[in-house]
Design a protein around this ligand. Sequence first.
Ligand SMILES: Cc1cc2nc3c(=O)[nH]c(=O)nc-3n(C[C@H](O)[C@H](O)[C@H](O)COP(=O)(O)O)c2cc1C
Length: 468
Amino acid sequence: MIFFKMPKLTIGKRTAALPIIQGGMGVGISLSGLAAAVAGQGGIGVIAANGIGMIEPDYFADGRAANIRAMRSELRKARAKTSGLIGVNIMVAANDFQQLLDACIEERADALFMGAGLPIKNIPVARIRAAGVMVIPIVSSGRAADLIFKYWEKAYQDIPDAVVVEGPLAGGHLGFRADRLQDADQQLEVLVPQVVAALARYEEAFHKKIPVIAAGGIYTGEDILRFLQLGAQGVQMATRFVATDECDADRRFKEAYVSCRPGDIAIIKSPVGLPGRAIRNHFLDNAAAGVRNVKRCAWRCLEQCDIQHADYCISIALDNARRGLLDQGFAFCGANAHRVESIVPVAELLDGLKHEYEAAFIQSLVTLKDEYVRTIEGKFAGLQQDYLQARQRFVLLRSEAGKAWNLRRDSLREDYERAQALFENLKGEYEAAMKKLNSLKERFPENLAELQEIARRFQADPLPQPAR
Ligand SMILES: Cc1cc2nc3c(=O)[nH]c(=O)nc-3n(C[C@H](O)[C@H](O)[C@H](O)COP(=O)(O)O)c2cc1C
């Protein structure tokens, strides 16, 4: 059931007042500042653990230790600022995935978002459950979701708590081949129902709701409503949260979003071997032209990274961008970054999204009503008339055919059979139209009373009922 106001998002035993998760953004773009601001307003704030140790002074001396220390400290800082829900985003491909995971469990993060790989092997499920931490894998297909759940079911007799499905318009590293980003069957509108369908079996087997969270290119409140209507329970948004006062990146990083145009947003081949979406600049143009810019590698932080052949160290490039040094790095961004017009407080961004959602909801209700009225007055009325006429003719012919049967009037029998076929056909169409009408009726929300404005309109102009 979709509501007039944005619905809450319940995952396992936790409920967020808003169905909005702020996507984790490494390196250092979403730390305690942004995560706490989003959680404080009722969403779920997410700290990105990827390369987080780069905010510490000793990262190049001991990257692993710096990552764990920074992650713990950011989580505690966020906790000190808000009692809202705070998650951590960890890349499965990170070489310290297991240590970060352990530290997050000890710190009792509310949720762990795990992407860039399948979180299946060596997951300490018993400890995760004991600490009350939610596990939320990030996938790009129904197949990947099924693979993870199947593995968990077999290995742990348990399943994750929710799934983020990230489509091809997202920012950062993408889970698609670069030449398939435009394919119709890879779009988020197709992937969301696909993942919902893939999880149905597990919801039933474990008697547990598994919310699906849509991510990638979601920009307005209207987009949020559209994905909830497609079966998602919430959305994950990142690009919009970059251009907020509370985002942890340098102001120059945020301004790069405000000033970029559609032609500046490009798909790059990251040294990690995955495609990524970013704002084009000299640094990336040089890399594409084959200019090598590798000074040092702290500790091979990513499993797939081949620094011998890489054009640059992605962690250093992203960390430079975070600090506003965009000539020595680059900004990852979503496909809609060019729509960003200004840098605003998180509360203002969320208020805008709520208003857009409510307006879109009212519009969708009006459209639904129009569709209902059109169906009754238009196609349905005509069909009903045809059906009634055919029934009359059929009844008449049946009695005549009965009489004539004895006289073996073949032509009348053929006529009768044709009328019967027409009648059966119309009956089918009529019944299908009735079914559609009933389903349209069911889609009207039960909480119409809440909608004062709409309710008055409905009372003044009651829905016509189909004649039987
Ligand atoms: C600057 C930036 C950095 C990101 N870094 C990460 C990351 O470290 N890990 C991750 O799983 N996703 C990352 N993402 C993806 C987001 O979490 C999110 O799912 C996606 O960008 C949603 O699409 P949107 O930006 O169009 O809202 C990043 C996105 C951006 C824009």
